[in-house]
Design a protein around this ligand. Structure first.
Ligand code: ZN
Length: 430
């Protein structure tokens, strides 16, 4: 359920960016929209595509139909956007009505968390978004080339490779879950024979229990050690994976330290470890024939990294990872997150953003006056003093950075201040 919300929130963000926002917030009027009776084969995404030219705009139809259903029982409220019935009467609002509804909040979706997730934020650049995802399928899968595929549900991404002798799959995000198997079955009859863990985090591998027990499970030695602690610690409050929507996973059966070349059938993947970045054991997965590099939780194509430099454990290593990535000869980049693959340019762009944050963090350390703050706050509560000081540093760094980037990457206004604080801590300590 949690992931359904994440998905819906992502979809909602897409609608808000895709539709022109009217200044008026109003319920649907009968004048602009129209009734529609569901035909065989219809999906909400197809209807949204037909009426608005945007499959992702389907919640407007849900919202409008549910509003009509509240006062007119010839309509049936839509409680599950994945299942509409032939013969069911829907109300298709005009594009203007849809925009007005998105302005007034999607109350018909009756999910207060969705409204709470809609603060006043900068528009997300169109370049941040990937292909539309059919809500009935819940995923999008596409061949990169030569039997290598990428897969997303809109928030997480992974790759799998057909070899002629079995499928190699990298990672298993629980938010995609069973749809990983559905996507693989959509393009090949080959069984999964090899599973690679990019790193140990449960949000990326916690659905690996869906894969065959007799597959080879491959990870860097640090990842294997971390998983050993996570899977076998009797004092854990929750089993590994459960809090991310998954389950405990198979421990690696093959481990390596620096490099591992996996050759299956006519395919090759080169796995490399180049030191701690996001976490110890996080590897570069390189497909030379397809010129594709997968590196998870470092670069977020089209977007700011996730909060706090994507929770990096080692900040200098995290920054360095951008150059390490660029040292591979790749055209396609898979970052493990959000709805589209990246390019070399995406990696270069994020590197530039990171270097700006680094420079602006250093400048803030030079210009923000600790003793002026101490005069205001006093020394009686040192934690309050340092908290005020660090907030001022992060604010200064963010004020310098955000205006330059808010039009270039999605979510810059959401996370820059968190990146600044984390970077400033690293500039002081590392
Ligand atoms: Zn991670």
């Amino acid at each position: 359920m949690m992931y359904r919300r994440v998905f819906l929130v992502a979809v909602l963000a897409l609608i808000v960016s895709a539709l022109p926002l009217s200044a008026m917030a109003a319920p649907p009027q009968q004048d602009g929209g129209e009734d529609y009776v569901v035909q065989s084969g219809d999906t909400l995404a197809e209807l949204a595509d037909r009426f608005y030219g945007d499959a992702q705009a389907y919640p407007a139809i849900v919202e409008a139909t549910n509003q009509m259903a509240a006062t007119d029982d010839s309509y049936t409220a839509i409680t599950d956007a994945g299942s509409i019935e032939v013969g069911q009467k829907l109300y298709i609002p005009s594009a203007e009505e849809a925009a007005a509804m998105s302005e007034s909040g999607m109350s018909g979706m009756s999910d207060t968390s969705m409204e709470a997730a809609m603060p006043d934020v900068a528009p997300v650049p169109e370049t941040a978004y990937g292909p539309p995802i059919d809500p009935e399928k819940g995923y999008f899968v596409e061949e990169i080339g030569d039997g290598l595929y990428w897969l997303t549900e809109g928030v997480y991404t992974l790759i799998f490779l057909t070899t002629g002798e079995g499928v190699i799959v990298v990672d298993a995000p629980p938010s995609i879950g069973e749809n990983i198997l559905n996507a693989i079955a959509e393009v090949t009859d080959e069984p999964i024979t090899h599973v690679i863990y990019s790193h140990s985090h449960a949000d990326h591998i916690g659905a690996a229990g869906l894969y065959p027990e007799d597959a080879a499970y491959i990870a860097q030695a640090e990842t294997a050690a971390q998983l050993d602690r996570s899977l076998n610690d009797p004092d854990r409050l929750m089993p590994f994976g459960v809090a991310s929507g998954g389950a405990p996973v198979a421990p690696p059966t093959v481990t390596f330290d620096d490099k591992y070349t996996l050759e299956v059938g006519d395919q090759v993947l080169e796995l490399e470890y180049r030191g701690v970045n996001h976490e110890p054991g996080n590897i570069y997965v390189y497909a030379p024939k397809q010129k594709t590099l997968m590196l998870v939780d470092i670069v977020f194509p089209g977007w700011s990294p996730f909060k706090d430099l994507a929770l990096a454990e080692e900040i200098p290593g995290y920054i360095q990872a951008h150059d390490e990535a660029l040292s591979f000869d790749f055209d396609t980049f898979i970052g493990g997150h959000l709805g589209r693959p990246g390019t070399r340019e995406d990696v270069e762009t994020q590197k530039e953003y990171m270097l700006d944050i680094q420079a602006n963090g250093a400048q803030a350390i030079q210009t923000v006056d600790f003793f002026a703050i101490a005069q205001d706050v006093g020394f009686a509560n040192p934690w309050l003093l340092f908290d005020t000081y660090f907030d001022a540093l992060a604010q200064e760094c963010s004020d310098l950075t955000e205006p330059e980037w808010v039009d270039r990457l999605g979510g810059v206004d959401v996370f820059t201040i968190d990146h600044c604080l984390k970077m400033i801590e690293s500039l002081r300590l590392d």
